[in-house]
Design a protein around this ligand. Structure first.
Ligand SMILES: C[S@@+](CC[C@H](N)C(=O)[O-])C[C@H]1O[C@@H](n2cnc3c(N)ncnc32)[C@H](O)[C@@H]1O
Length: 290
């Protein structure tokens, strides 16, 4: 199952790379690295979207199946970019990106240039990302440490320590579009590790609503339910927005913000003048270690 989940690693960066073919003034996110870091096979697909007719068709068909997916993927990246940039200016000494996939913020956000960042993912994605980075930079950038892991079966603290992570550094943890792929035990094991983070550390993560995972409410997202819950069975875990503050508190974290994609779409898409749906099944959490 985790192998299936590994295949999702490239998806968000593919969409971000396609987004770069929109005129600069209407892009929701600027990312000149997204295309470059993709594995060669995927690049051809993205290349074709430089033609507006192909790009518009691509966005339309993605939106037809999963309304709100486009804005959701762009906005969650923007939100985390903003929070991590702020936090680095505010004495965060390290970043750990859990399930980093092909995310590029370590290499495109100037504020992150001099902060060590551990990018953690399944071995196949780590190997592909390493190959992409070597191709772009000639070597893995010095501030980046790539860490292969399976969260469901390996101990995150031990694996990170083996890769030089020092647990007393105030850290920003990113967990973007990952929690739904983990078992409840995998989530708890990750929080067991996060419980030892220094006070003032930050955590930004997305989650899928539990009522959707449980098949009790579909929010107009029947297609993705069929794909992820019924066919591939790779979305496993969800949370109820009403429980978030308590869930985090019990695990040593204070909820700063639990924000829906309606709000994020207003914040990041509206100024571009584009009309895009937002999706209700996923939300974003920002928390501080207490
Ligand atoms: C939808 S992708 C998100 C990638 C990236 N965070 C982003 O938003 O661009 C989910 C990522 O979680 C990783 N993942 C899922 N289950 C995992 C597990 N058990 N151990 C390690 N990584 C896992 C996948 O390999 C994949 O890269």
């Amino acid at each position: 199952m985790t192998q299936q989940a590994a295949k999702t690693g490239v998806g968000p960066t593919v969409l971000v790379a396609i987004e770069q073919h929109f005129p600069e003034g209407v892009r929701i996110i600027q990312d000149s690295m997204a295309y470059q870091i993709l594995p060669p096979g995927v690049k051809a697909y993205v290349w074709a979207t430089r033609f507006p007719v192909v790009r518009d068709w691509m966005v339309k068909s993605a939106e037809k199946n999963v309304p709100g997916i486009w804005s959701g993927m762009m906005c969650r990246k923007r939100y985390i970019d903003d929070r991590v940039t702020e936090a680095v200016g505010n004495h965060v000494q390290a970043i750990v990106n859990l399930g980093a996939g092909f995310d590029t913020r370590a290499f495109r956000l100037p504020a992150l240039d001099s902060v060590p960042i551990w990018e953690v993912d399944q071995p196949e994605n780590i190997a592909a990302k390493a190959a992409g980075l070597r191709k772009i930079f000639g070597a893995i950038p010095a501030h980046t440490i790539l860490v292969p892991i399976d969260f469901d079966h390996q101990e995150l603290g031990a694996v990170l320590a083996a890769h030089g992570y020092v647990p007393n550094a105030k850290t920003f943890f990113i967990w973007e579009a990952v929690t739904q792929y983990l078992t409840e035990a995998g989530i708890q094991a990750t929080f067991d590790f996060l419980a030892s983070a220094p006070v003032g550390s930050r955590l930004a993560f997305t989650y899928v609503r539990k009522d959707f995972i449980d098949g009790k409410a579909f929010y107009g997202q029947d297609y993705i339910y069929q794909q992820m819950r019924v066919k591939d069975k790779i979305w496993l875990f969800g949370l109820d927005p009403e429980d978030i503050a308590d869930f985090l508190h019990k695990r040593g974290w204070h909820l700063l913000e639990d924000i829906g994609y309606d709000e994020l779409t207003k914040r990041y898409v509206k100024p571009t003048g584009r009309k895009l749906n937002s999706m209700a099944i996923e939300r974003m959490v920002y928390a501080e270690k207490i």
